[in-house]
Structures are given as C-alpha cells and as structure tokens.
Design a protein around this ligand. Structure first.
Ligand code: HEC
Ligand code: HEC
Length: 412
C-alpha cells in the first residue's frame, strides 16, 4: 500500500478498534454498521501490526546480497507490483549485473491464485510463477531470496543473519511468533510467512475498485468504445479472450480476476534483449523447464505459461513472460496478426522463423484457436478498430489506488 493510504487505512482501522464505529464516522444508531461496500478486509490489531512489519520486509534491500535489491525493486508499487515501468527482465545478483530471463508478474490478486494441480481433464492449473512451480506465496518467496540472478543469498542462514541485524527484528519476531528459542529455519519460515501475509492482507493487493468493478456494481456506465471492447473480449468468434482471461462474475458473486489460472503456449517471439537468448540453444519452455524440473518429460506442455491476470494490465508494460512486446496495443496486435502477418513478429536479423522462441519439436503445442488463425495475407479476425476497442476496455481494469478496496463480491 502507498504511504498515505497506509496511514489512512490504519488510522481508520485503529480508530474503530479503539473508539468504536460511531466515533470514526461510521453510521451507528439502530442499523447495524455497514462497512462501505468498500471495505473488505477489516484488519484486527495483530494483523495491522503484521502487515506493517511485513511491508518493511518486502521493501528491505538489506535482505539481498548486493544490498541494493528488495522485493519491491522488481515489483514496484506504481506498476501493480510488476517489473518497473518499461523494464523487461530486471537485473539482480551479488553485483547487480545478472539478468533472469522472465518478467516479474504483477503481484496483485495473488490471494485468489490456487496451488498447482492437474484438473479432472488432466490440464495443469494454478501455482505461482509463470510455470506454477511454487505452491504457496510463502514458498515462492524462497526463490527470489536465494536465486543468483535476484537477491542472491547463498542460503537461508545468510538471510536469517541479515534479518537479525534489522532494526525492526524484534517487531518482526513479536508479530510472527519468533522467540529466543526459535531455530534459524523457524525464523526463516516465519519470514516467508510474513511475505505471504503482506501480499494477502494489504488492501492494495485486492482493491477490486476499477471502472469495470464500478460498472459491475451498476454505478457507472462504460463508454460505447469500452462496451464494444468488452463484447469483442467475450465473443468466442472474435477476441475469445474471456475463454482464458475470465471476465464474468462467478455464480457466487465473486468478481473475475481475468485469468482461469490455466496454461497456454502462445508462441511468442524471441526477445533478443534477454542475455540468456544469446545462446541459440537456450529456450525458456515454461511448464517443462528449465526453472521447473518435475514436468521436463511432458513435451506436450513445453512452451506453456500461466494465464496472467489482466487487471491493471494498462500499467504493467512490457508484456508476456519474456517481455517481448512493448505496448498494450501491440500485445493485442500480436493476437490479431500472429498468423496473418507472421513476418512482423518473427523476423530477426533478416531471417524469418515462425515461433522462433520454441524448438521446432514443440511448435505444435502452440494455440491455434481464436483469436489466432488465418494464413499470411488474410484479413485478421480482429480489425485495427477492434484492437483499439479492446485497449479501451482493458484500460477500465486499472484499480484506483487512492480509493478504498471494494467487496470481493459484486454488489447487487
Ligand atoms: C530481480 C527481480 C526480482 C526480485 C528481487 C523479486 N522478484 Fe518476484 N518475481 C520476479 C520474476 C522475474 C518472477 C517470475 C519468475 C518465474 O516465473 O520464474 C517473479 C515472480 C514472483 C511471484 C509469482 C507471481 C505469480 O504470478 O505467480 C511472486 C509472488 C513474487 N515474485 C514475489 C516476490 C517476493 C516476495 C520477493 C522478495 C522476497 C520477490 N518477488 C523478489 C522478479 C523478482
Ligand atoms: C488460450 C488462452 C488465451 C486466450 C484465448 C487469450 N489469452 Fe491472453 N494470455 C494467455 C497466456 C497463457 C498469456 C501469457 C503468455 C506468455 O507470457 O507466455 C497471456 C498474456 C496476455 C497479455 C500479457 C499479460 C502480461 O502480464 O504480460 C495480454 C495483454 C493478454 N494476454 C490479452 C489478451 C487478449 C486481449 C485476448 C483476446 C484478444 C487474449 N489475451 C486471449 C492466454 C490467453
């Protein structure tokens, strides 16, 4: 949460705890207090204390080997906690000179992300990271703390000694159950839990207050262009976007998070700015490796990455797991013209090679259904007008960080 909002939010919550609802400007009297639709997560004092100290850890550069890198360096507030504006794969490592080969996804709405599993149809679903290899937000946090391209600690003990040196170590200990007899492993696990708690409790991580949410609540209308974009987004024969990026309210009233948490191979272009790609034999194959290791022989899954949320998508450029596309309208043009104008996407150094970020053996895994399809030279299924309508609609998915969170359910 932002500095100003944290203060407002906490003052409000603390006010209610200490003084009661009426004194804090919440309507009392005969009617039961109604937390504004707005207020979903009402934190108790323990949680408020936990959230504050956990946010400090998320923003703590001293937990990295370089002393220059916090979680928040790669997941910035201004970009819905994704990569800093315009950055593809952020640098990390002991000397801040190592580069990973993936973009940092937005961390918002991750509380809705289930653990990894295979569903009844045998399709992979859920998990954290682009390949779903972590099962919880806590176990995910272990990755960046130890990865040589990120915070680059040699082991968890090294992290714990950095943690113990922090001025607020005692506050952290009190909030997360660390005592004088806790082992280093227990302290480390408590810190991972803290990082998870932060992402789950901070209201900014699930605001559900975009224009589209207010539209779902019947409070505002969408412009004609935004409505056209929404209808193309949902139309199976046009954008077909909603078949993967869920846009409808769930039967129980839950607001959509614009992902079905499943996996797909889109056949994105290779990004020459990723250092690892200088090696022509290197490929990031998502579910089947190299970061994930348990599905390395599931060749049918090679090239598949998790469907990301599209909430706040207008502020998270560049796009896709390899940051291969710079703007939102180009990201949609990729869908529109991948098959009708492949030259545009797959020509590098004068050479044309469709699906050049996948070894030939896996190119059949790539999605062919709508909005993809057609042959070179055909008229794209999505016109230029359709693309700008889709952009207009997607811009309605940006949260208002100056306003309170709304209920996770649609109001009706
Ligand atoms: C050097 C930049 C960097 C730093 C520092 C960093 N991350 Fe990340 N983060 C990434 C990248 C890149 C990914 C995608 C990794 C992948 O798919 O393999 C990611 C993925 C994630 C995810 C998974 C999101 C999803 O959609 O499933 C979470 C959660 C996360 N990071 C939290 C953290 C936390 C907590 C910290 C601090 C302990 C942290 N990150 C530090 C770059 C970074
Ligand atoms: C078959 C499922 C599927 C369909 C249909 C689909 N997407 Fe996606 N979308 C994905 C997956 C998977 C990714 C991530 C791919 C990757 O990075 O490798 C993605 C990524 C994106 C991104 C980039 C997100 C980010 O955080 O970088 C945008 C924008 C996007 N989709 C918009 C759309 C729009 C608009 C449509 C309809 C025109 C659409 N998608 C249709 C599965 C789908």
């Amino acid at each position: 949460m932002t500095e100003t909002k944290r203060v407002t939010g906490c003052v409000f919550i603390v006010c209610i705890l200490v003084l009661g609802l009426q004194a804090c400007g919440v309507e009392g009297g005969g009617t039961p207090p109604i937390m504004p639709a707005s207020n979903t997560i009402l934190l108790n004092a323990t949680q408020t204390a936990q959230l504050e100290v956990a946010q400090l850890l998320f923003e703590e550069k001293a937990l990295s080997a370089s002393g220059q890198l916090a979680c928040s360096t790669c997941h910035t507030d201004e970009t819905a906690h994704s990569t800093p504006d315009g950055v593809g794969s952020p640098l990390g490592g002991v000397a801040m000179s190592n580069q990973g080969f993936r973009s940092s996804p937005s961390l918002l709405y991750k509380a809705k992300n289930p653990a990894f599993s295979f569903n009844n149809n045998g399709d992979p679903v859920g998990g954290f990271n682009w390949d779903g290899r972590a099962n919880t937000l806590a176990s995910q946090a272990d990755g960046p703390l130890l990865a040589s391209t990120e915070m680059a600690n040699p082991n968890s003990n090294a992290v714990v000694s950095k943690l113990k040196a922090l001025s607020y170590f005692n506050r952290f200990s009190e909030s997360f159950g660390v005592t004088s007899t806790s082992t280093d492993q227990q302290i480390y696990d408590a810190m991972l839990t803290a990082l998870q708690t932060y992402q789950q409790l901070d209201p900014d991580y699930s605001l559900f207050n975009s224009k589209y949410d207010r539209f779902l609540d019947g409070e505002v209308t969408l412009s004609a262009q935004e409505l056209r974009g929404l209808s193309i987004f949902n139309d199976n024969n046009k954008g077909n976007c909603a078949s993967c990026h869920t846009s409808r309210v769930a039967p129980n009233g839950d607001r959509p998070v614009f992902t079905n948490f499943r996996y797909a191979a889109l056949g994105l272009p290779r990004n020459p700015n990723i250092i690892a790609n200088a090696d022509v034999s290197f490929f990031d194959l998502g579910l089947c490796g190299p970061k994930r290791t348990d599905l390395s022989t599931r060749f049918d899954l090679c090239g598949s990455f998790k469907v990301p949320t599209l909430r706040n998508i207008a502020i998270t450029a560049p796009y896709f797991h390899n940051s291969s596309v710079d703007t939102l309208s180009n990201a949609i043009e990729f869908y529109a013209t991948r098959d009708t104008n492949p030259q545009r996407w797959y020509t590098a150094g004068g050479l044309f090679d469709k699906f050049n970020d996948l070894p030939p053996a896996y190119r059949n895994n790539v999605q062919r259904g709508r909005p993809f399809g057609g042959n070179p030279g055909d008229t794209p299924i999505l016109s230029a007008q359709n693309v700008s309508d889709l952009v207009a609609f997607l811009q309605t998915l940006t949260d208002d960080r100056t306003a309170p969170a709304r209920s996770t359910k649609v109001n009706n």
